[in-house]
Design a protein around this ligand. Structure first.
Ligand SMILES: NC(=O)C1=CN([C@@H]2O[C@H](COP(=O)(O)OP(=O)(O)OC[C@H]3O[C@@H](n4cnc5c(N)ncnc54)[C@H](O)[C@@H]3O)[C@@H](O)[C@H]2O)C=CC1
Ligand SMILES: O=C(O)C(=O)[C@H](O)COP(=O)(O)O
Length: 376
């Protein structure tokens, strides 16, 4: 069996080498000739999997994307061809939730405006939106949700309209898939008209897909709205974000919100499980055996850390300012955006940090937030 896999997918050798020949490729520039005799194709979000890539790849029977998003996969074409296709729902949801929470703490510190007192609106209350809500609730921040699809499906949480969310929230974080059809398409969900309705001083975060915001319109609006603060991890036109937009953004990163080691490993592992099921073979590997051990720092945060101390703890796990700084230096270099992603030093999730405080104390909310505790 021949398995062609994106080189930015960790643990492929460890999980798939037993099954056949593994060939690692640059997913962004992948062409048909490289997939011609493959049985299995493992991709990430940068590979457009469609007729032009797969025409004539007659042996291919399995396509797996180690991502949450599926907008790069032509699902109708794959179905017509009878090629099994799967993705990795929720694999990096915790990473995205923690990224957005982290970014909010950074803005709060920068603008001397505590997060604790704000109302945060989450647009798209699926896996990543819920992971963010979890962090915010653990810290005691009020959240409002907008998700017309979940609302209609009977999800029992409370939802508000997008208009109400925009009106009532100080912070808005976007967590929707990129869609162009259906009753609630998200392409340019935040167009010029909607951006103009943002309340004074809103913080707007986009960690889902660049095209959910009209980036040209965002530039125009931001140029006259110093009060708006932006956090962008995703950009229209990746891997070439609009150069005029970057300086207008407070925290700018190259689509790495989901890049925790745990999240990426989970993505590869979910594809391994799907392929083993497809092949009718027994699973003989575990995710925990792939990951390095927790950081067993015996940290005991003061009984109730204030927001400053909380940010210090969060920065210990992942200092978002490093990625922001590198991004500004490198995004305009030849292939800078993709190189930063490829060479990204995997961060860990909050759970990698073991706190020495005992459970059942007044810092239990830190464990709720995701940090590990001795004996938990
Ligand atoms: N920056 C990054 O590194 C990452 C980005 N993503 C992106 O984030 C997206 C969301 O991921 P998940 O939360 O895991 O997906 P999910 O499928 O679990 O949740 C998405 C939610 O958005 C809702 N939704 C769809 N259209 C909507 C609309 N018009 N208005 C409000 N809500 C709407 C859906 O009903 C669903 O509940 C992915 O599709 C992917 O594109 C995901 C992981 C990492
Ligand atoms: O899971 C998703 O959806 C994402 O956006 C990925 O985290 C993006 O990473 P790559 O697949 O582009 O490496």
């Amino acid at each position: 069996m021949k398995i062609v896999a994106d080189e930015n997918m960790p643990y492929v050798e460890a999980l798939f080498a037993d099954l056949g020949e593994v060939v690692m490729v640059d997913g962004r520039t992948l062409i048909q000739a490289q997939v011609k005799d493959a049985d299995v194709l493992l991709v990430r979000s940068v590979t457009k999997v469609n007729k032009s890539l797969l025409d004539g790849c007659d042996r291919l029977s399995f396509v797996g994307s180690a991502t949450i998003g599926m907008d790069h996969l032509d699902l109708d074409y794959l179905k017509r061809r009878g090629i099994f296709c799967t993705n990795a729902p929720g694999c990096n949801a915790v990473a995205v939730g923690e990224y957005a929470f982290n970014a909010m703490l950074e803005l709060a510190r920068r603008f001397h405006s505590p997060l604790k007192n704000k109302t945060v609106g989450i647009v798209g209350a699926g896996n990543t939106g819920t992971a963010l809500q979890h962090c915010l609730q653990a810290y005691g921040v009020k959240t409002l949700l907008n998700d017309p699809l979940l609302e209609a499906s009977g999800d029992e949480r409370e939802f508000v309209s997008l208009e109400e969310l925009i009106e009532r929230c100080d912070v808005i974080s976007l967590h929707v898939p990129l869609t162009r059809d259906g009753e609630h398409p998200t392409h340019y969900l935040f167009d010029q008209a909607r951006l103009n309705t943002l309340a004074e001083g809103t913080w707007l975060l986009n960690c889902c897909r660049g095209e959910v915001i009209d980036n040209h319109a965002l530039i125009q609006v931001k140029q006259v709205r110093e009060d708006l603060k932006l956090v962008l991890d995703v950009w229209e036109g990746e891997p070439e974000p609009m150069a005029e937009l970057v300086p207008l953004v407070e925290i700018a990163t190259p689509h790495i919100a989901g890049y925790s080691l745990e999240g990426k490993a989970r993505g590869t592992f979910m594809l391994y499980l799907a392929l083993m099921a497809q092949l009718g073979r027994e699973v003989d590997k575990s995710l925990s055996s792939l990951l390095p051990p927790l950081w067993s720092h015996q940290l005991s945060p003061l009984s109730v850390p204030d927001e400053r101390a909380l940010l210090s703890l969060v920065r210990l796990v992942y200092d978002l300012r490093d990625d922001d700084e590198l991004f500004r230096q490198r995004f305009q270099n030849n292939k800078g955006f993709d190189l930063m992603r490829k060479n990204h030093k995997h961060r860990r999730e909050f759970s990698a940090l073991m706190l020495a405080n005992a459970a059942g104390s007044d810092v239990d909310w830190l464990f709720e937030l995701g940090f590990s505790g001795v004996g938990l």
